[in-house]
Design a protein around this ligand. Sequence first.
Ligand SMILES: *Cc1c(COP(=O)(O)O)cnc(C)c1O
Length: 223
Amino acid sequence: MLVDKKKYEEIIQELKPQNILLVAVSKTKSIDAIKELFALGQRDFGENYVQELVDKVAGLPTDIRWHYIGHLQTNKVKQVAPVVQLIHGVDSLKLLKEIHKQGGKSGRVIDCLVQVHISGEETKFGVDKEELSLILNEFNSGNLLHVRILGLMGMASFTTDMDQVRKEFRYLKELFDKTAAEILQPTTFTILSMGMSGDYKVALEEGSNMVRIGSLIFGERDG
Ligand SMILES: *Cc1c(COP(=O)(O)O)cnc(C)c1O
């Protein structure tokens, strides 16, 4: 068995009544593992390596909604844009402009979340409050018509200190509410993507409506 079906059903039962979307994080996992989860009804999958995403898209059903959750280099946007449902990791204005440009080339509007740096860890990506304002101003000026900003995404510190994690999620929720009040497309700014295997319960308590869960469902990753 490539998927922990019991755990998966348990998570779905938990999320469904609250209308929370589960993105099953399938990075490093096999096509067969994804098929197994697909057979249980899962349609949203998350990947964070461009080549792996492209290879998997080619080998799997077309009704899968692919989420790009990793750090995206501007020179790779071209490969991701045609296949992706939602880009979670927009962490600079430069990247958002490139996504807009690629969207324009294919006559599409590409849905994005801005990733905010909420943990104290230097290794994690994401914008700070000031850069978020900058992105919002540019977006509100109407120059980026081939992207939509649907919400925010964040990763909390990798720690067992759940008070710390809660504080970080709470900060992101505050920024989310503030942005929702300022953005010129408030009706489509609705997604708060926060929470992973180790901290999704705390994230839900702090207002998340999209969780990205990998190892709880697929087992630990090798690499
Ligand atoms: C890997 C990853 C996840 C899932 O992590 P798990 O701990 O396996 O649930 C979620 N979000 C991002 C951005 C990731 O890179």
